[in-house]
Ligand binder design. Structure first.
Ligand SMILES: Nc1ncnc2c1ncn2[C@@H]1O[C@H](COP(=O)(O)OP(=O)(O)OP(=O)(O)O)[C@@H](O)[C@H]1O
Length: 407
C-alpha cells in the first residue's frame, strides 16, 4: 500500500509548498537584509492551525542559511517550539544550546556550559549575549507557538530579546513569532507588541482545490502507484476544508485511510476508508478531550451516561443535575449549584462532547435538551480510567430510583 509512509507525517518537510508562494516570498524579502549583514525586521505570523506557517518559515530559514553560507556571511536560524520551551530561562538556554550545536560544526570555539536549569536568569542572559557577540552575524530566532510562552511566562522574554540588539556590537538578532491564537497580543506591553510586529503576515486557510494539490504531491511519493481510488484525495481535501482548511488534518485523513485499508488487506484505498478515517479522528480527539476534563465536568458527563444507559436518548439540565448530586456524593466531591452545573454543560457542548438545543416549554419557560452525538462506549471507558471514578463507589448509585423517576 505505502511506498513511503513517512512522507505523510507532520514532521516531513516537502521541498515544494504549493499555494504558499506569496507568503514564502514575503518572509524571504523581509529576511533578505540578513544577506547584507543587516538586521531584518521582526515578524509576527498568524494563521489557523495547519495553514503551513511552520513549514514556510522553516523553508525560508533553510534557504537563507544556505544563501548566506554560499556568500560567506554568518547567519543562523534557530527554531524553538514554545509549547515545550515555555519559560524565559528555557528559551535563553535553548538558543544558546542550538547556537552551540551550529557553531561546534564550524569552529573550535569552546562549547558554552549553560545548564537547562539552575543559573540565575541574568547570568544566562549575559552568557548568551557574549556567545552571540562572539559568533557575530545575523541570528534569526523563531518562536513557534509564541502564545504558549506568553501565556505561561508573560512578556518578559520578548521584552529582553527585543532589547538585545541595542546591547550587541558585532551581532544582530531578529525575531519571528508564530501563533494560531492572536489573543496573546492583549497581554503584551505595547512597546513589545510594536517591536515584535514590525511586519505582520497572515496565512489564510487552504480551500479544497488547494488541499487537493498538497495531497497529490505527497500521495505520489507516499503510496504505491494506482492504489488510491479517484475520489479519495478530493474527499480528504473536502473534509479538511470544512475543518478550517487544515493541511495537517488532510494529511492525517489520507494516511489513516491508507492504514485502515492496509489493516483490512483491501486491494485499494476507497472513499469508505476516508469516511472511517474521519470517524476515527473524531473519536480519538473526543477521547483526548474527555480525559483532560476537570473532575467536576467528568462527574456531570458521567451523570449523562447514566441517563443514556436508561435508554433516555435526550435529557434535560434538571435531570442531569438530579443524577449528578448522587454521583458527586458517592465520589466525595463538593456538590455544585444548579448554576455551575449549567455552566459545565455549556462547556461540554462547546467542546463538542455532547449536543444540545434550547426548547420552549410554553408557559413552563425554556429548557436545554442534550444528547450524545456518537457512541458512548469510548467516553465511558475514558471516564472510568480516571482513578477517582472508582467502580465500586459508582455502583452505589441507585439507578433503579432514577429509572422510576424518569420513566
Ligand atoms: N503548502 C503546503 N504544501 C505541502 N505541505 C504542507 C503545506 N502546508 C502545510 N503543509 C503540511 O501540513 C502540516 C502542517 O503544517 P504546519 O506545521 O506548517 O502548519 P502550521 O500553520 O504551523 O500549524 P500550527 O499552527 O498548528 O502549528 C505539515 O506536515 C506541513 O508539511
Amino acid at each position: 500500500m505505502f511506498k513511503n509512509r513517512e512522507v505523510l507525517r507532520h514532521s516531513y518537510r516537502p521541498l515544494i509548498l504549493p499555494h504558499r508562494r506569496p507568503q514564502i516570498d514575503s518572509i524571504a524579502s523581509i529576511l533578505a537584509p540578513a544577506i547584507r549583514n543587516e538586521t531584518p525586521s521582526n515578524i509576527l505570523i498568524y494563521g489557523k492551525t495547519g495553514t503551513g506557517k511552520t513549514a514556510s518559515v522553516k523553508y525560508v530559514g533553510a534557504e537563507l542559511e544556505n544563501a548566506c553560507h554560499e556568500m560567506g556571511k554568518a547567519c543562523n536560524v534557530i527554531h524553538l517550539n514554545c509549547e515545550l520551551i515555555d519559560t524565559q530561562y528555557r528559551v535563553l538556554a535553548q538558543i544558546a544550546n542550538e547556537l552551540d550545536d551550529i557553531e561546534s560544526k564550524s569552529s573550535d570555539r569552546p562549547r558554552s556550559s549553560i545548564p537547562m536549569t539552575g543559573w540565575p536568569t541574568d547570568q544566562v542572559y549575559s552568557e548568551l549575549k557574549s556567545m552571540v557577540e562572539a559568533i557575530g552575524g545575523v541570528n534569526v530566532i523563531v518562536l513557534d507557538e509564541i502564545d504558549k510562552l506568553v501565556k505561561k511566562s508573560g512578556d518578559e522574554t520578548l521584552y529582553n530579546l527585543t532589547r538585545f540588539n541595542s546591547e550587541l556590537k558585532n551581532a544582530k538578532i531578529s525575531m519571528i513569532g508564530i501563533s494560531n491564537d492572536l489573543r496573546f497580543t492583549n497581554f503584551l506591553d505595547p512597546r513589545v507588541l510594536s517591536s515584535l510586529s514590525e511586519e505582520e503576515l497572515v496565512f489564510p486557510p487552504y480551500n479544497a482545490p488547494q488541499l487537493c494539490d498538497i495531497l497529490k504531491q505527497r500521495a505520489d511519493v507516499a503510496f504505491a502507484d494506482g492504489i488510491l481510488d479517484d475520489g479519495v484525495i478530493p474527499l480528504c481535501a473536502a473534509l479538511a476544508a470544512q475543518e478550517h482548511g487544515d493541511a495537517r488534518r488532510a494529511l492525517d485523513l489520507l494516511r489513516i485511510s491508507g492504514e485502515l485499508a492496509e489493516r483490512e488487506d483491501a486491494p485499494r484505498v476507497t472513499e469508505k476508508h476516508v469516511k472511517n478515517a474521519q470517524q476515527k479522528i473524531e473519536t480519538d480527539s473526543l477521547i483526548v478531550c474527555v480525559s483532560s476534563l476537570p473532575t467536576q465536568s467528568k462527574a456531570v458527563l458521567y451523570s449523562m451516561l447514566i441517563l443514556s444507559e436508561m435508554n433516555k436518548q435526550v435529557f434535560t439540565t434538571g435531570e442531569v443535575a438530579q443524577v449528578y448530586r448522587d454521583v458527586a456524593q458517592v465520589l466525595d466531591l463538593d456538590v455544585l449549584t444548579h448554576r455551575r452545573i449549567t455552566d459545565l454543560i455549556s462547556e461540554l457542548t462547546m467542546l463538542g462532547v455532547i449536543n444540545s438545543r434550547v426548547v420552549s416549554r410554553g408557559r413552563y419557560g425554556r429548557t436545554k435538551e442534550m444528547w450524545f452525538g456518537t457512541g458512548t462506549a469510548g467516553i465511558k471507558k475514558t471516564l472510568t480510567q480516571d482513578e477517582r471514578f472508582d467502580e465500586e463507589r459508582l455502583n452505589q448509585i441507585d439507578t433503579a430510583r432514577f429509572r422510576s423517576i424518569f420513566r
